[in-house]
Design a protein around this ligand. Structure first.
Ligand SMILES: CC(C)(COP(=O)(O)OP(=O)(O)OC[C@H]1O[C@@H](n2cnc3c(N)ncnc32)[C@H](O)[C@@H]1OP(=O)(O)O)[C@@H](O)C(=O)NCCC(=O)NCCS
Length: 224
């Protein structure tokens, strides 16, 4: 008879899902990757079919073929041009002409909409990864983790020392992709479904600021 095997991450995610259903409390993990804990950032077996893009400004983004630009723009959470104008970046992985994974990078202080409208403030040597996305048909091939390794490697070589992201506790695929790319959980953001920020253990110790945005403010960033 086959036994059902539950990984610790799946068990924990199921428990937190139940907690959310019963109490309205939702948990996001803060994950960290430190430059000194990584290799050189090169990845995906050196396949010649793979290309990596890094967009730092609108001019570079506007040089993309229209179909690729549209795919990316559909999953940046807001206008990619606005993100770039505000100092953010977009990284994408291309394979055989298809965009197979993408992510946003932000610096300094910025607003996010999940789990509730919040303002995040990063230390000067840090950057934040959000909107990691792989199209349905491309999932499960390691593209997200390869892109994470490549993008973070490039930023670490520029001199940044650490990277952060926040992930909904029940998002197992995302948590596995980040873990596989070397990231580790270092803090928790606890909020209620009704919009109250309850606690942020582990965040302040790292100089990572989390404050509740006033309800009237318009959040502009960051996905699940
Ligand atoms: C999260 C996401 C980017 C992962 O993309 P991907 O290219 O498939 O990721 P990878 O293949 O690099 O890694 C996914 C890992 O999760 C695992 N996984 C995928 N779906 C899973 C599921 N439903 N349950 C458990 N594990 C799962 C894969 O097996 C892989 O782990 P492994 O390498 O240990 O086998 C993709 O699922 C996605 O775009 N989701 C929607 C957007 C989203 O949630 N983004 C994250 C925001 S923080």
């Amino acid at each position: 008879m086959r036994r059902l095997r539950l990984s610790p991450m799946t068990f924990e995610a199921s428990t937190l899902w139940l907690l959310k259903r019963l109490t309205g409390i939702q948990v996001h993990w803060l994950y960290e990757l430190r430059a000194d804990a990584t290799g050189n950032g090169n990845s995906h077996g050196g396949s010649t079919d793979v290309g990596y893009h890094q967009f730092r400004d609108v001019v570079a983004f506007d040089g993309l073929p229209e179909d690729q630009a549209q795919v990316i723009a559909g999953h940046t959470g807001r206008s990619p041009r606005r993100l770039l104008r505000e100092g953010g970046r977009i990284h994408a992985m291309e394979m055989g002409g298809r965009i197979v994974s993408q992510l946003n990078v932000q610096f300094g202080a910025f607003d996010v909409s999940t789990p509730i409208p919040l303002r995040f403030s990063l230390p000067d040597d840090a950057f934040f990864v959000s909107f990691l996305y792989t199209p349905d048909a491309e999932r499960g091939h390691g593209y997200a983790q390869a892109l994470l390794r490549h993008a973070c490697g490039a930023l670490f070589r520029e001199g940044y020392g650490r990277a952060y992201c926040h992930i909904r506790s029940t998002n197992i695929a995302s948590r596995r992709a980040f873990r596989r790319a070397g990231w580790r959980p270092v803090g928790i953001i606890v909020a209620t479904m009704s919009g109250r920020l309850v606690a942020t253990p582990g965040t302040r110790r790292r100089g990572f600021g989390v404050t509740r945005l006033k309800p009237a403010a318009e959040p502009s960033g960051s996905g699940p």
